[in-house]
Design a protein around this ligand. Structure first.
Ligand code: MF3
Ligand code: CO
Ligand code: CO
Length: 276
């Protein structure tokens, strides 16, 4: 049975299996952190072009996180030493920024998590360097639709299974594979908290959604099979069959009648082609 617990601003928190229900102060905290995450992802748009290195993009994320009054949650997280993840083409997630230059037609996910006053704004979007083949663009589009269909199910009375089902149904209708090895997660004053938000499932199963629950939805969708392979660096996850993979992520909070998306783009740059 799922347990829930109301969390107020003065309570110390740590990762736990009990699902935290945050109060109005929590919503205010997540609004600030989520907005900064979205502003960073907005600002990256003109920089994600052929020739840029993922290390240069990481520098922008670090600088903007700090200028915005935050700090990247990933810096020093379990030995990770970068300010974001940059996952190109067949990389599913946790690609490490470095010397790799983007080339024409690359699709790349950039995942940022600035922390402000202890609150984690976790969000990612896909970007396209130059012009990509229609197959790649279609994957990116459908993956964004998967995220938004999941979010539509995020309301009191529904369960996590309703969210997973909506995502899986849409992806599989396009014969794409839904990654099983990584999921969304509770978020708030803890970066990766319970519950696990699996991107597939059956309607009406899993923990019930209640007002004050904060979590991410971050489906990873492959053109091919769902299988994952880990690279030697211990972070980079790639598709086992080497097909392209895409991902979008929002941090949300369940309200009385639906949910609030903390990481919504202030500039309306939710998904490519970003008006170019
Ligand atoms: N932001 C990622 C997520 O969505 C986590 C990255 S952890 C890192 O949960 F260490 F790989 F950066
Ligand atoms: Co993330
Ligand atoms: Co996340």
């Amino acid at each position: 049975m799922t347990e829930y617990m109301t969390i107020t601003a003065d309570m110390p928190v740590s990762r736990s299996p009990v699902i935290k229900l945050y109060d109005e102060a929590g919503f205010a905290g997540m609004r600030k952190a989520g907005r900064l995450a979205a502003e960073i992802l907005d600002a990256l748009v003109p920089y994600v072009v052929p020739g840029v290195t993922t290390g240069e993009l990481d520098d922008i994320v670090r600088r903007m996180s700090i200028e915005g009054g935050g700090v990247p949650a990933t810096l020093g997280y379990r030995g990770y030493t970068h300010s974001c993840c940059t996952s190109i083409n067949n990389v599913i997630c946790h690609g490490i920024p470095g010397d790799r230059e983007l080339k024409e037609g690359d699709i790349v996910n950039i995942d940022v998590t600035p922390v402000i006053d202890g609150w984690h704004g976790d969000s990612s979007r896909m970007y396209i360097a130059g012009e990509a083949p229609i197959k790649a663009k279609r994957l990116v589009e459908v993956t964004y639709e998967c995220l938004m269909l999941g979010i539509e199910q995020a309301k009191p009375g529904n369960t996590l299974g309703d969210i997973g089902y909506a995502i899986q149904r849409h992806a599989e209708r396009h014969r794409y594979g839904v990654v099983r090895d990584f999921c969304g997660h509770g978020v708030g004053r803890v970066f990766h908290d319970s519950p696990e938000v699996v991107h597939l499932g059956r309607p009406g199963t899993g923990p019930e959604l209640r007002p004050g629950m904060f979590f991410t939805i971050e489906p990873m969708i492959n053109i091919g099979k769902p299988g994952v392979k880990m690279m030697e660096d211990g972070w980079t996850a790639v598709t086992r069959d080497r097909t392209l993979s895409a991902q979008f992520e929002h941090s949300i909070g369940i309200t009385e009648d639906g949910c609030e998306i903390f990481t919504k783009s202030p500039a309306g740059l939710e998904a490519p082609p970003y008006g170019r």
